[in-house]
Structure formats: structure tokens, C-alpha cells
Design a protein around this ligand. Structure first.
Ligand SMILES: *Cc1c(COP(=O)(O)O)cnc(C)c1O
Length: 403
């Protein structure tokens, strides 16, 4: 990738921190033992490394090490949480609840259970900022509800959900609560001493670790989450996820978690400042005309900026700013064209949703990059508006209302 392309797509994935790469490398070449080999030093060394990583991950989220189950990422963690809970409730269950703004890694397993295994599913709507209220969740819960799943923070518009309150009400109703915290972990404090989640998913590649490794937190203290495994084999991970442990990846996840614990708070302050600087610069250069920020009234992730540009088309805008790597508003659904289900659930009109870009900052984003990106984006919007968008929409004719 040419150097001059500015990476502002950190909700999709992040650059692996060089310190993480350094930590994992010896486990490919020198310390390559199987963590389950209990009969020799290679195995002990690998086992010790896995134990340490489990502590680092637990430390980041206020969990106990035995509550961490390593998976291939958040998609698998979500599937284990959702299908595993459904299986544990077989014969009793019947009802599942999730929010309208979930990632497809939650929505799709939920829908499959509804379609193929006789579960009924309630999808809780969000408010215009993409926020899921505890009241709306409470309304959806019935006596037959086995599981509620509400994400900690949204991957498109960055809205942070009140998962502490949602967790509390699930506990009161005796319902298992799962939260997909893929975007929250490493960006905002997530403390399972405070958040009464029974199950929580995270993935390394969203906080400067590698792709292909994540974890499901499974609560063991107090009310234990009941879960049945999806992958059976050698009984690894307390029987919840069999398969030889990918030691280098686990070491990397641990180190990324350790760095997130140490540097997450200062990263967040810096990213929020740069994120606001990016928005200010775009607004100034466009004289604040026809720009809508999604999720503007809600608590948001420090690294998220989701902007709708009136009078342009999102795809055309992305083509016009090839020097900036961002995502269209319909991100994460490239297999499913059309406006993003998140923006639609927020009540954003189809045209503005199509003219939306999502910017995601990361640990390595610099002030210079943000300034350059702001200029490129503003120039492209101005050019497209002047030439008329693909639909010939002129800024003078578009008001906030019509979109
Ligand atoms: C990235 C992401 C996932 C998928 O994680 P993988 O580790 O890539 O499977 C799930 N949920 C959310 C909210 C995400 O941002």
C-alpha cells in the first residue's frame, strides 16, 4: 500500500503494534511447543505463555483468568455465546433478544436460531443516535427469554450503549446477558466487576493485535453462564473450544491487551482530540454546509467519526479520496448491498446513508495525517458538489430535512 494513503479505517482492523509482533515471533520459531504437552519443557514453556496471556486479557477487562476462552476472533466468540447458550437452554428456551444495531456476527447466528431451530427473536430498536435504551430492552424481555445480546459500542457510528444498566436488568430478570465489546475494548474502560455481563466477546485485531485471535469471557463467579461448546475435540479451554491453541496469536493478544491497559486511556484522549480536529477541519473547509454527524447526541467511541455529506454520493466520494482509506456508511455489509442496517435503524434517510463515510482513528494516527485527510475530503466534497453528484443534486437544493 502506498505510503501516502492515510489509514482511517480502524473500525475494520488496526495495524499490529510492533511490540506485539516482537512478543509473538519467538513462539513460531524457538518456543513452538504445544501448550497441551504436559510431558516436556517445550510444552511447559508454551503453556506458561498461554497462562500469562490469559492473565493479561483478564486484567484488561476486570475478569479472572479462568473466565477467558480463546477463540479465532469475535465472530466465533459471538457464535459460541449465542448458539452455546441456546443449546444449553434446549427444551426450556424459546426467546432471544438482540439490538437492531448489532454486527452481523451477532445478527446472523440469532437469525439462524430463529429460522432453523424454533427460537423466537425480538430485535430492540435504537434511538436516532443508535443508542439502545435499558427500557427498550426491558420491554422486550419475556418469561421465556434465554439470552439478551447488546453490543458495548457500535462499529459504524461509535455509539456507546448503557451496558451496565442493561446487564443489571438482565440479572434482575434472570436472563443471560452477552455483549459484543469488539469496538469498546482498548478504547473505553470495560470492567466486568462493574458490567454485569455473563458473556463478552473481544478480538485482538481491533486493538492493534493480529487477526484470527479473540476471546469470549464466560462468567464463573456468582451466576455462572451456561454454555455448550460448538467445537468438540481435545477438551481445550475447559471443553468450550477444542483445538490446539495458537500460542503465537494468544501471546500477541495478551501483549495487545497489556498495551491497551497501559496506553488505552492516553490513546483515547489523543484520538478524541484528533477526531474532533478532523471534523472541525472538514467543517471549516466546507463552511459547515450540508454535513451531518451521526450519533451526535450520544456518548461515542473516542476514535469514531461518521459523517453524512449532503449533495454527494458516498461511493463517488470514496473514489475521489483515494488517498484516504475510510469506509462507506454501508460498511461491514459489502455482501449485502444497500444502506447500512445501522443507519436505517437510526432513521437516517437512504440518500444521506448512502452519502455517509465512517472514519476510524487508531493509536498510530498522526496530526499531520488528520490534517491532510481533512483537506482531501473537503476538496473532494466541494468538487463533487460543484460538478453535481451522480444524481445531479446541488447543495443549494438540499436541506437537512429532505435527506
Ligand atoms: C470486527 C467486529 C467483529 C468481528 O470480529 P472478527 O474477530 O473479525 O471475527 C464483530 N463485532 C464487532 C462489533 C466488530 O467490530
Amino acid at each position: 500500500m502506498p505510503d501516502e494513503v492515510i489509514y482511517l479505517d480502524n473500525h475494520a482492523t488496526t495495524r499490529v503494534d510492533p511490540r506485539v509482533v516482537e512478543a509473538m515471533l519467538p513462539y513460531f520459531t524457538e518456543r513452538y511447543g504445544n501448550a497441551s504437552s504436559a510431558s516436556h519443557a517445550f510444552g511447559w514453556e508454551a503453556g506458561d505463555a498461554v497462562d500469562r496471556a490469559r492473565e493479561q486479557v483478564a486484567g484488561l477487562i476486570g475478569a479472572e483468568p479462568p473466565e477467558i476462552v480463546f477463540t479465532s476472533g469475535a465472530t466465533e466468540a459471538n457464535n459460541l455465546a449465542i448458539k452455546g447458550t441456546a443449546r444449553a437452554h434446549r427444551g426450556q428456551g424459546g426467546h432471544l433478544v438482540c439490538s437492531a444495531v448489532e454486527h452481523r456476527a451477532v445478527l446472523d447466528p440469532m437469525r439462524r436460531l430463529a429460522r432453523e431451530e424454533g427460537w423466537s427473536l425480538s430485535v430492540v430498536p435504537c434511538d436516532p443516535d443508535g443508542r439502545i435504551s435499558p427500557e427498550a430492552v426491558a420491554e422486550a424481555i419475556t418469561d421465556r427469554t434465554a439470552l439478551v445480546s447488546v453490543m458495548a459500542a457500535n462499529n459504524e457510528v461509535g455509539t456507546i450503549n448503557p451496558i451496565r444498566e442493561i446487564g443489571r436488568l438482565c440479572r434482575e430478570r434472570g436472563v443471560t446477558f452477552h455483549t459484543d465489546a469488539s469496538q469498546a475494548v482498548g478504547k473505553i474502560p470495560v470492567d466486568l466487576e462493574e458490567v454485569g455481563a455473563d458473556l463478552l466477546s473481544l478480538t485482538a485485531h481491533k486493538f492493534h493485535g493480529p487477526k484470527g485471535i479473540g476471546a469470549l469471557f464466560v462468567r464463573r463467579r456468582g451466576a455462572r453462564a451456561r454454555l455448550v461448546s460448538l467445537v468438540d475435540g481435545g477438551g481445550h479451554e475447559r471443553g468450550l473450544r477444542s483445538g490446539t491453541l495458537p500460542v503465537p496469536l494468544i501471546v500477541a493478544l495478551g501483549r495487545a491487551a497489556e498495551l491497551a491497559a497501559e496506553e488505552g486511556p492516553s490513546d483515547a484522549i489523543r484520538m478524541a482530540r484528533l477526531r474532533d480536529r478532523l471534523e472541525d477541519s472538514i467543517r471549516n473547509l466546507l463552511e459547515d454546509q450540508g454535513i451531518r454527524r451521526h450519533g451526535r447526541e450520544a456518548d461515542r467511541l473516542p476514535n469514531n467519526l461518521s459523517l453524512g455529506f449532503e449533495g454527494v454520493e458516498g461511493e463517488a466520494l470514496l473514489m475521489a479520496i483515494r488517498g484516504v482509506a475510510a469506509s462507506p456508511g454501508a460498511a461491514c455489509s459489502s455482501a449485502e448491498p444497500g444502506p447500512s442496517h445501522v443507519l436505517r435503524a437510526m432513521g437516517v434517510g437512504e440518500r444521506l446513508a448512502g452519502a455517509t463515510l465512517r472514519f476510524g482513528l487508531g493509536r498510530f494516527t498522526t496530526e499531520g495525517e488528520v490534517d491532510r485527510a481533512g483537506r482531501l475530503i473537503a476538496e473532494a466534497v466541494r468538487r463533487l458538489r460543484a460538478g453535481g453528484g451522480p444524481e445531479g443534486v446541488r447543495p443549494s437544493k438540499v436541506g437537512h430535512q429532505g435527506l
